[in-house]
Design a binder for this molecule. Structure first.
Ligand code: URA
Length: 230
């Protein structure tokens, strides 16, 4: 991605960047394209591919969320992605379309990725929960526990180089810690015993409500890029 495009995507994220007079002008005419691991469930996942796992997830009735979902949202992206992005749970748009981060927050997530030089197709985007909690309420601990084996298996199959986790609920669930997101930012965690680095940042839905925090989110994304390239 060239400098002009990078500035464009930062602009789309709502991050103002001081640029020298010689910098390329922005082009506005283009489209901007804690909880326990449930070892019992995990032991029963025989899948050797993401497609197998997706099928298993689509039939899941481990928790009550299967009663209210339209469909499961497994996640999507490159099956051998170096970057795994993990959010909280599907919302109404995702439940309807069966894909992660396709609503307004998803558009911002796509812009955040582009600002990092990443296309959606080259990363893998998943959620802690594969089913939508009614009225977008926070996931309950039993729901996270039921679903955690699926996420763990996804990580095992994709083998990402780095995980970017967005939002407090996703970060706390993945890392099984109780820290506020403000304290998790800027720290390098690792996912269980895998050694895969995990970087936390704000959820794009929160950034839509609090755009003044986008600058901090951009700092987190640059930190993640730095950890990735080390
Ligand atoms: N928010 C999330 O955390 N995940 C989605 O897929 C959509 C919105």
């Amino acid at each position: 991605m060239n400098e002009k495009e990078r500035l464009y995507y930062l602009d789309q994220m709502g991050v103002q960047v001081w640029v020298s007079k010689n910098a390329p002008e922005l082009d506005h005419d283009h489209d901007a394209n804690g909880v326990n691991v449930n070892k019992d469930v995990e032991a029963n996942i025989p899948s050797s591919s993401l497609d197998d796992l997706k099928l298993i997830v689509s039939n899941c009735t481990q928790c009550e969320l299967h009663r209210t979902r339209t469909q499961t949202v497994f996640g999507e992206g490159h099956p051998a992605a170096e970057w795994l992005i993990i959010g909280e749970a599907p919302g109404a748009d995702e439940d309807r379309l069966g894909k992660p981060f396709v609503g307004r927050a998803g558009q911002l997530l796509t812009s955040m990725l582009r600002a990092m030089g990443l296309a959606r197709e080259e990363v893998f985007i998943a959620n802690v929960l594969k089913c939508r909690p009614p009225n977008n309420r926070d996931p309950q601990s039993n729901e996270v526990a039921s679903c955690s084996a699926y996420l763990r298996k996804q990580i095992e199959l994709i083998q990402p180089k780095i995980i970017l986790v967005v939002g407090r609920v996703a970060a706390q669930s993945l890392l099984m810690i109780d820290e506020p997101i403000g304290k998790m930012r800027g720290q390098k965690y690792t996912y269980q015993e895998t050694g895969i680095p995990v970087i936390a940042t704000y959820h794009p839905a929160y950034l839509l409500r609090s755009p003044q925090q986008k600058r901090k989110a951009w700092e987190d994304l640059k930190f993640a890029l730095d950890v990735y390239s080390r």
